[in-house]
Design a protein around this ligand. Structure first.
Ligand SMILES: [Ca+2]
Length: 613
């Protein structure tokens, strides 16, 4: 017989579990906590800990949403407490502060633990959970500014990306897969919320100190999957705002990723070319020393500090436009910062750091269903590939950064294979928007581009309403379930939420109103995806159907000269037939007034109640 006294520390563990309820971490996390609890007291409870590990209700086989069964409700609860246990947010009255354990009563002890933890079931008003038909691990690998033609998986011949190619060979490669937007922030907003970004006036390219633009009460992709029992993690680039707009970076920055559905986050706040040049782990700057606090400003420099504009002699990479403020690691950025020296990242190590953390997350949750949002920073500027990749593409830093991104993909694939998770992991590989060559630094991207066409056959690129702004690489791989092939179905990253809700047996009852269930298309089981999709660039919108692409009149310059990209903005109607004119060369608006009228009506209906800024 072992006698277990609850110490203050152990009670604190229970209380921390209770806090997990607040973030809807779900009972699965609680069960992990229970396992860890037993591990921590293993020296005195080794038989129990061993039994816990090998017990038939192994954690990996649990479906949390099926708990608690009637018989697992702790007997210590009174009848009213039992009937309202789903709303219980404190340790039930009468919970013993000590209990005796006998080996033969191990099952009832585990039942007690599960019952206690089951008190923490969330009372969701957003999602009604039903047992899901399938719960594979889900990994979204989101590249940054990788164009439709930037990978050999999509026909590039000037650069070879064997790991992206492997994804395509072992999965479904979509020829009409889309981001909603031609820039980072709105694109990522739509992916995570299932909502068109032009419905949120703040969903535009954000400075590094912008407040979070996702309401913590919103339905989100990670939040939905968390309710389905997934452990959710975000690693890499965020760029959706952090904090409330008045951030002290030396404290926990909140709200952030951890408040909109992620159990874990390891993120650069905005972009690699914006301050602060640090990584935040669960809202805290990693490696920050208290005696050297960091300060950030997007209004003025800190006295006495050099800038790219005033001190070009300090730079190893020079700006071509903008990007001439605070200098870190020989590269000037957007915005000003001071201090935090020990926490500042090394650009050339970012891929290794993020990939290592992503692999760690996979390892820590290999026995659970997990969702990993792995948002790589390649090939966004400043392009700073590790020395291992420098010169390997022959295209300068942009091409080398793509090779580095391909290596990151390969590392994830190898780790899944090593852990024997291939068959139970659904990977989506895609990019947040189209490509740009010169995006603010003199990095030889233009000079060494050669015959490479980053957007493939598409017109436009990043910032553009033309197809090249939003049509992106889009691959779904799930060995054993998804049959390899090529799909022409119209699909969008915004649809992950509704589609994976179906996959995992969730019913969305609030929010994510623009996310469509295209699961059969995503799994390669149907050639049909969406009927239409509204696309956005710099606040302007266009609409496409399965055949037509329509851009209404918009004021603005037809070419964004600093990046040399056609914007798609004209003061006349533009109508293109994508089935016969992939490159959007021939405007058919004049000879198809009825189609134009239909497309205008569709766009108007889709945007009812929302005006362009
Ligand atoms: Ca981007």
């Amino acid at each position: 017989m072992w006698s277990v006294e609850y110490s203050n520390r152990q009670i604190a563990i229970f209380q921390s579990v209770e806090l997990l309820r607040e973030s809807r971490t779900m009972e699965y996390r609680c069960l992990l906590g229970a396992r860890n609890f037993f591990r921590k007291v293993k020296p005195t409870l080794s038989p129990l800990a061993t039994s816990m590990e090998s017990h038939p209700i192994r954690l990996r086989n649990l479906h949390p949403l099926r708990f608690p069964k009637r018989e697992t409700i702790p007997r210590c609860l009174s009848t009213p407490e039992r009937s309202t246990r789903r709303r219980c947010n404190t340790l039930p009255a009468g919970t013993p502060q000590s209990f005796n354990y006998k080996g033969e009563n191990m099952k009832s002890t585990i039942t007690l633990m599960v019952g206690l933890l089951a008190c923490l079931l969330p009372s969701s008003s957003v999602l009604a959970a039903t047992p899901g038909p399938s719960r594979p691990n889900i990994i979204v690998i989101l590249m940054d500014d990788l164009g439709y033609g930037d990978t050999s998986a999509y026909g590039a011949t000037t650069i070879q990306t064997p790991n992206m190619d492997r994804l395509a060979a072992e999965g479904v490669r979509f020829t009409q897969g889309y981001a909603t937007s031609a820039t980072c922030t709105p694109s990522r907003y739509a992916l995570l919320t299932g909502r068109y970004p032009w419905k949120n006036q703040n969903a535009h390219i954000l400075p590094g100190d912008a407040p979070l633009i996702i309401d913590p009460g919103m339905t989100t992709l990670p939040g939905m999957l968390k309710l389905a029992g997934y452990h959710t993690g975000a690693v890499g680039k965020w760029h959706l705002g952090m904090g409330n707009g008045n951030v002290n970076w030396n404290l926990t920055v909140s709200p952030g990723a951890n408040q909109v559905g992620f159990n874990y986050s390891f993120l650069l706040a905005a972009t690699q070319d914006r301050v602060p040049t640090v990584i935040l782990e669960n809202g805290r700057i990693a490696g920050l020393e208290p005696e050297d606090p960091i300060e950030v400003s997007y209004k003025k420099n800190f006295p006495g500090l050099p800038t790219g504009r005033a001190n070009p002699e300090l730079l190893k990479m020079h700006p071509s436009h903008g990007h001439d403020m605070s200098i870190h690691n020989g590269i000037s950025r957007i915005g000003y910062q001071r201090g935090g020296k020990a926490a500042l990242w090394v650009d050339e190590d970012l891929a290794d750091v993020f990939t290592s953390k992503a692999k760690q997350f996979i390892n820590e949750h290999k026995d659970a269903p997990f969702f990993l949002y792995f948002a790589l920073h390649e090939p966004h500027v400043p392009r700073t590939p590790n020395a291992r990749f420098v010169g390997k593409s022959g295209m300068g830093p942009r091409g080398d950064a793509i090779l580095e991104g391909d290596w990151c993909v390969g590392e994830i694939l190898a780790e899944l294979q090593r852990l024997k998770l291939d068959q139970n992991t659904l990977i989506i590989f895609t990019s947040d928007n189209g490509p740009v060559v010169d995006d603010g630094y003199k990095d030889e991207a233009v000079e060494k581009l050669g015959k490479h066409t980053p957007a493939g056959m598409l017109r436009g690129g990043k910032y553009s309403l033309f197809d090249g702004g939003t049509r992106v690489p889009f691959i779904v791989r799930w060995p054993g379930t998804v049959k390899p092939g090529v799909s022409d179905a119209l699909v969008c990253q915004m649809d992950f939420l509704a589609s994976f809700a179906t996959l995992t047996g969730q019913t969305i009852t609030q929010g994510a109103e623009d996310s469509q269930d295209v699961l059969p298309a995503l799994l390669g089981k149907s050639p049909h995806g969406r009927d239409e999709l509204v696309l956005e660039a710099s606040g302007n919108t266009a609409i496409r159907t399965t055949q037509w692409f329509f851009i209404p009149p918009h004021p603005g310059k037809p070419v964004q000269s600093d990046v040399n990209i056609e914007t798609g903005l004209l003061m006349t109607d533009q109508l293109y037939s994508l089935s016969s004119d992939l490159g959007q060369k021939k405007n058919l608006a004049g000879e198809n007034p009825e189609i134009v009228a239909q497309m205008k009506a569709r766009l108007k209906k889709a945007k009812e109640g929302f005006q362009e800024p």
